[in-house]
Design a protein around this ligand. Structure first.
Ligand code: ASP
Length: 413
């Protein structure tokens, strides 16, 4: 009997977690533990390297052809608007859930910032104010495309690909060969992704093995209430809110979605990187869910860059948690500032592991909270990053389905 790839990945993920857990019982310096960690690290990193290898050419070709084909079908306007509206709405819902739940549960009650003085002393980070962050963000959008491609700078690649896509269609039939080249580039990237995915069960098992085996379980006790709150609310958003929106807006059933999205969700969970997961996200949306490549080619790369519901929920919740630790009661106005900065911080966070922690400095500073408090959250971030990255990626896939449905029904009416 041959198991489907989907099932192989699921079994591999469970085996990885179980194996990592089992290793906790063995002496950490034993040769078997060291060797298994070394192998898991090697296999996991190779899997991520393979995904990253194909990610940049894929994003570039997908956006150029996506824009060009949408313009040809004069759908561009509707797609833009629906995509941005969907991204903004779901991000705001995520922030409201994060703030509301942290208010009610009060995970910081009984804890004080000075309990974490040691951790905070070691904190060093580049602290940017909101205007500085904004300027830096704007400056990173337009740059030499070759440098952006070589550096893997997704925002700049997306910007250049958008401009190039528009230029290609404005010139009507003049550049058909160039457009054809990008179209073929995208199909050949998808072929390479299909090969890489055969290795996904090994990569995902190895990454999860390493993650679980290297967690310091004792450390979680103090922050357990906060960790459970963030995990619980992120799952609420990912398993209830987003699937409900999908059902209401498109009529597609949540179980159908989860079955078809599983490869991307597990890859995001194991890699903690929306960027590295993007090839798999494209595969799931175009091949499993039958979203048109021109829609997925636009929504997925853009979403991986700016649409991060999990990160937004986490940053809002963490800001309020830190305020509780510092004994500060944030006024309604200050909470609105947190909402606004969290939106920008989540948009500006690149889709790489722990990126949300870096942009969170700005959220804390916007209402005068101590940025050093991030040091308290850093040790548990690898764990929280798993679920929030999966929800980030889920938002992009649901966004593609919604945009396809809404724009198709608009153009047929
Ligand atoms: N790891 C997340 C992602 O790649 C970003 C974050 O740190 O929140 O989507």
């Amino acid at each position: 009997m041959k198991l489907s790839l989907n099932l192989q990945i699921l079994i591999a993920a469970l085996l990885g977690v179980a194996g990592g857990w089992a290793v906790h019982g063995w002496p950490a310096d034993s040769a078997a533990v060291q060797w298994s960690l070394y192998s898991a690290n090697l296999i996991g990193t190779l899997f991520i390297d393979l995904l990253k290898m194909v990610m940049i050419p894929l994003v570039f070709c997908a956006i150029v052809t996506g824009i060009a084909n949408l313009r040809q079908h004069s759908q561009m306007n509707a797609v833009w608007k629906t995509t941005l509206l969907f991204f903004a709405t779901t991000t705001i819902i995520a922030i409201v859930i994060g703030l509301g739940a942290t208010h009610i549960v009060q995970p910081g009650a009984g804890l004080h910032l000075d309990m974490f003085a040691d951790a905070m002393q070691q904190f060093e980070s580049k602290q940017l104010t909101l205007p500085e962050f904004f300027t830096q963000f704007l400056h990173s959008i337009f740059m030499n495309p070759f440098k952006a491609l070589a550096d893997g700078n997704i925002i700049a690649i997306v910007a250049f690909a958008l401009v190039l896509g528009i230029a290609l269609v404005m010139a009507a039939d003049r550049y058909t060969q160039l457009l054809g080249l990008f179209e073929e580039g995208m199909t050949v990237c998808m072929q390479i992704i299909n090969w890489i995915m055969r290795l996904a069960p090994f990569g995902i098992a190895a990454l999860l093995f390493k993650l679980v085996a290297t967690q310091d379980v004792g450390l979680f006790a103090t922050l357990s209430k906060f960790i459970l709150l963030v995990m619980g609310t992120t799952l609420l958003h990912g398993l209830v809110v987003l699937p409900a929106l999908l059902y209401l807006l498109t009529g597609k059933r949540p179980l159908w979605f989860l079955r078809n999205a599983r490869e991307a969700l597990l890859t995001a969970f194991a890699t903690s990187s929306s960027n590295a997961t993007m090839p798999v996200t494209m595969r799931c949306t175009t091949q499993n869910m039958q979203v048109k490549p021109e829609i997925a080619g636009f929504v997925v790369p853009l979403g991986a860059t700016v649409n991060m519901d999990g990160t937004a929920l986490y940053e809002a919740s963490a800001a309020l948690f830190v305020a509780q630790l510092a004994g500060i009661d944030l006024s309604l106005g200050q909470q609105l500032v947190v909402c606004f900065t969290t939106m920008i911080a989540a948009m500006g966070a690149p889709g790489i592991p722990s990126a949300g922690m870096v942009t969170m400095v700005m959220v804390l500073q916007s209402v005068g909270l101590p940025a050093e408090a991030i040091a308290i959250l850093l040790p548990v971030d690898r764990l929280l990053d798993t679920v929030r990255t999966a929800v980030n990626v889920e938002g992009d896939m649901i966004g593609s389905l919604v945009v396809q449905h809404v724009t198709a029904s608009n153009s047929s009416s």
